[in-house]
Design a protein around this ligand. Structure first.
Ligand code: PYC
Length: 308
């Protein structure tokens, strides 16, 4: 029987499952190499930790690993129901809140190594967490795609630690009661943008104003689930587009609401103004849900999770 000690939290409704002990040993070296090893040799561990019957399509796993980049205090590899994630904003907030819950972190800064670069997080005295995410930028503006069954839509392709296609004009209502048609539309939009020369895009992000004049989003994740949180990497990609369009000033606050009404605040400073690259900061909070040990019994036919 294998035993994996975990700590579950949620950030704005989106779960993070932090693996504390008993996970796969990925060895040493740069995190991008360890991520490749995780994918090649330990994919069944990923599935066992986040997929049913122990998890669900929504759970994001966070494997705590020793850092490689100089100056980092710890390393993390995020993963979901279908594979690894480059970075994860809600997951980083969950990670920091979880380590604080365990007494391993106090209020202040922590530098975190990830497969797509170093990020830094600040645990505030009131429990909120601010994440200084990787440099974010817009790759392509106003790309037109034909979405079967819907028609033409236009959007921007941007990097915020993961790749996003961001669509504002879609004519759909962003309401929790409508997540099925929203997921259906965004899956078709993803196929369309991938076929249009952007195969790297695995997250689709729709926007609409709330009655109070804030921005609400719906984010389709790579494995088909929608993000319950406002998506930290998606908010970073949004900030990159707003900055490039001159619609948000450096240092000004942006509130991003999720489809379930949870909120992150974001702001940016220029990393390289000439190249329109920004350094985004995302702030939110997380709550601890469970301390548990996963049991992996090889006699169980679904020991390694239910995989498509
Ligand atoms: O918060 O960056 C995020 C995220 C990515 C996928 C789910 N959440």
């Amino acid at each position: 029987m294998k035993r994996i000690r975990i700590l579950d939290s949620h950030t704005g409704g989106e779960p993070t499952r932090l693996v504390l002990d008993g996970g796969p040993d990925l060895g040493n070296g740069p995190l991008e190499e360890r991520l490749a090893r995780f994918q090649k040799d330990f994919d069944r561990w990923r599935s066992a930790i986040v997929n049913e019957p122990r998890g669900s399509d929504v759970v994001v796993g966070a494997l705590l690993v020793p850092p490689h980049r100089a100056g980092c205090d710890l390393g993390v590899i995020f993963f979901n129901n279908v594979g690894p994630l480059g970075m994860c904003g809600h997951g980083t907030i969950g990670l920091v809140a979880s380590l604080a819950h365990l007494g391993r972190l106090r209020a202040g800064r922590v530098a975190i190594d990830t497969p797509v670069g170093a990020v830094s997080a600040e645990l505030h005295a009131d429990g909120r967490v601010s994440v200084d995410n990787v440099v974010s930028y817009r790759k392509a503006k106003d790309v037109a795609v034909q979405v079967p069954g819907h028609g033409a839509v236009r959007g921007d392709v941007a990097w915020g630690g993961n790749w996003f296609f961001l669509i504002e004009a879609h004519g759909l209502q962003l309401e929790l009661a409508r997540v099925e048609p929203l997921a259906d539309f965004t899956k078709r939009a993803r196929l369309a943008i991938n076929a249009q020369g952007f195969p790297e895009v695995d997250h689709i992000e729709l926007f609409a104003p709330t009655p109070a004049g804030l921005s609400r989003n719906f984010v389709l994740c790579p494995g088909g689930a929608y993000d319950r949180s406002p998506c930290g990497t998606g908010t970073s990609a949004k900030l990159a587009c707003l900055a490039a369009d001159g619609k948000l000033a450096e240092g000004a606050e942006w509130t991003q609401e999720s489809i379930i009404g949870s909120r992150f605040t974001g702001r940016f400073r220029w990393h390289d103004r000439a190249k329109c690259e920004i350094a985004p900061t995302i702030t939110g909070d997380a709550h601890i849900c469970a301390e548990a040990t996963l049991l992996l019994d090889e006699r169980d036919p679904f020991c390694w999770g239910i995989r498509a």
